[in-house]
Design a protein around this ligand. Structure first.
Ligand code: 13P
Length: 254
């Protein structure tokens, strides 16, 4: 039985005060979240602060934390980058990789993403690998081909064994920040396709991997998404910036 995971991607938002308020707000309501594992992914500079606030709760909090990106390199002359071992040192469990905003705005390629994926796992963390199609690709019937290409770009280099400690997030680009959510059926179809593609290599790994849905998840649509058999939680953008809405989504896990 797969656990539900709800991860907040704060993107480029927040301040020290916001981080304090948001983490304290989440901690204040987390005892009501029974059936989901929860993670927050603040901007790099707020990770130590979030980690300290969360760790101060000790074992009473099942909230982990992660980053939104990292370098494919562990050290060296790469001005402005943050390496996977640095994130590990600050207790990160997860690193989001291949988000569509990084692919589109920062020209990240599948090759970059696979190198980052290897770096994250080598540092002992779990990549959250994002895949998803543009609206034009969906409308021209290319959703599965696009998702398969993004998935295979990693799978064909790392091999299926490297999906034992990984999470996948299906984020249709047309649903991100738009208020237009994929219907539970649309999302389920793609999640099942992803799981099937992994199962062709190894059914046990495919059965176990958590596949999250991302794209305009809100407290009022989360439950029906999470009820689908292959949707194992959510990667939440806008609604993860308020404790109430984020907790509402976490509680929708049942
Ligand atoms: P929204 O929840 O704001 O649509 O963002 C989704 C997302 O991109 C999470 O990574």
């Amino acid at each position: 039985m797969r656990r539900t995971l709800v991860a907040g991607n704060w993107k480029l938002n927040g301040s020290k005060q916001d981080t304090k308020d948001l983490i304290e707000g989440i901690l204040g309501g987390i005892s009501e979240v029974k059936n989901a594992d929860v993670a927050v992914c603040p901007p790099f500079v707020y990770i130590p602060q979030a980690a300290e606030l969360l760790a101060s709760q000790g074992a009473s909090s099942n909230i982990s934390w992660g980053a939104q990106n990292c370098s494919q390199y562990n050290d060296g002359a790469y001005t402005g980058e943050v390496a996977a071992p640095m994130l590990k040192e600050f207790g990160c469990t997860y690193v989001i990789l291949g988000h569509s905003e990084r692919r589109a705005i920062y020209n990240e390629t599948n090759d970059d993403i696979v190198q980052k994926y290897i770096a994250v796992q080598s540092a002992g963390m779990i990549p959250i690998l994002c895949v998803g199609e543009l609206l034009s690709e969906r409308e021209s019937g290319k959703t599965e081909a696009v998702v398969a290409e993004q998935l295979d770009a990693v799978l064909n280099v790392t091999g299926i064994e490297q999906f034992k400690n990984a999470v996948i997030a299906y984020e249709p680009v047309w649903a991100i920040g738009t208020g237009v959510t994929a219907t539970p059926e649309q999302a389920q179809d793609v999640h099942a396709f992803i799981r099937q593609r992994l199962a062709e290599k190894n059914t046990a790994i495919a059965d176990k991997i958590q596949i999250l849905y991302g794209g305009s998840v809100k407290p009022d649509n989360a439950a029906e998404l999470f009820a689908k058999p292959d949707i194992d939680g959510g990667l939440i953008g806008g609604a993860s910036l308020q404790a109430d809405s984020f907790l509402g989504i976490c509680k929708a896990a049942g």
